[in-house]
Design a protein around this ligand. Structure first.
Ligand SMILES: Cc1cc2nc3c(=O)[nH]c(=O)nc-3n(C[C@H](O)[C@H](O)[C@H](O)COP(=O)(O)O)c2cc1C
Length: 308
């Protein structure tokens, strides 16, 4: 009932681990698949090993909402190849998130990840506290980077969108034009917390990215708007912690959803959400998630009223 295809990826559940949330070791990934995820996205991997920002780099700002500036700390693609090969032995769908310093390094990391066994590549052009965000705010750059990578890889290519832009729709259309097989909406929202006693930003880096419950309604609106203009699948991401949150994304137009922050509650939420999705489909007489995709668009929303 929950099985689905996104591009060429076959998933047993529409729930996917979001990038960067847990370690990159194959043992932690295997546990997540056993817990009920349909696919796993790795932390964003770059051309070389890179440290993240110093602590404090992650804090809870509201119940279930976090601010992080872990940055793009990662082991670098050459070391990570071994990990990808190990993960692939388990045979579950693996999406490798990649970033680079320029188009060539994006291609290099993506090609190495594909060769090592990645089933799909997700490109991170959108981390709010790292320089890759500059690609995700420019439609021309987005188009050229996506097109260049797409020409060099044969597995599906997903583009993770940056919500910290004036018009995310234009960036998504540029990604689609460049040949993306899907978009992931959204990455974290640029944010800051200030400690009023010591009178300084709490995170060592100053600003960070907001995730979790607080961003869910924003992400739903972004997916709703994208569904009106895109032909490629949308993977909803942002603040999913219950099956109701996931259903909202599907009704807005998502084909699948990613879950990150909510995992601080433990892996048990994954099977709980899967069960909730099945129950919802059954009670509403649907056989699959694709039958409810975009249904919220059938409701004619009110136009802007005229002045009296
Ligand atoms: C600690 C942390 C690290 C993250 N690292 C990455 C990353 O490496 N690459 C990326 O594309 N997104 C990264 N993200 C963003 C998440 O993948 C996701 O887009 C965001 O957290 C919203 O989903 P959520 O509310 O379910 O967490 C990170 C988020 C958090 C909280």
């Amino acid at each position: 009932m929950l099985e689905l295809n996104i591009s060429e990826l076959k998933l047993n559940s529409p729930l996917i681990l979001a990038s960067g949330i847990l370690g990159v070791s194959y043992s932690s990934m295997k546990r997540l698949i056993d817990a009920g995820f349909g696919a796993i996205t790795t932390k964003s991997i770059g051309p070389v090993r890179r440290k993240g920002f110093k602590n404090p780099s992650i804090i809870e700002v509201y119940n279930g909402s976090f601010l992080n500036s872990v940055g793009l700390g990662n082991p670098g693609i050459n070391s990570f190849i071994t990990e990808i090969k190990e993960i692939k032995k388990f045979g579950f769908p693996l999406i490798v998130s990649v970033f680079g310093d320029n188009t060539d390094s994006y291609i290099d990391v993506a090609s190495k990840a594909e060769k090592a066994g990645a089933d799909a590549i997700e490109i991170n052009i959108s981390c709010p506290h790292a320089e890759v965000s500059s690609i995700g705010i420019d439609k021309n750059l987005t188009y050229s980077v996506v097109k260049a990578i797409k020409e060099k890889i044969s597995v599906p290519l997903f583009v993770k969108l940056n919500p910290n832009v004036t018009n995310m729709d234009d960036i998504a259309l540029a990604a689609q034009k460049g040949g993306a097989d899907g978009v992931v909406a959204i990455n974290t929202l640029a944010a800051m917390k200030i400690d009023i006693n010591v009178k300084r930003p709490v995170l060592s880096h100053g600003g960070g990215g907001l995730s979790g419950n607080a961003i869910h309604p924003i992400a739903v609106k972004k997916v709703y708007d994208l569904y009106k203009i895109l032909k490629i699948p949308i993977i909803g991401c942002g603040g999913v912690s219950t099956y109701e949150d996931a259903i909202e994304f599907f009704l807005a137009g998502a084909s699948a959803v990613q879950i990150g922050t909510a995992l601080y509650q433990g892996y048990g939420i994954i099977s709980k959400i899967n069960q909730g999705l099945k129950k919802y489909l059954k009670e509403n007489d649907y056989n699959s998630i694709s039958e409810i995709k975009g249904l919220a668009h059938n409701y004619k929303t009110q136009e802007v009223p005229d002045f009296d």
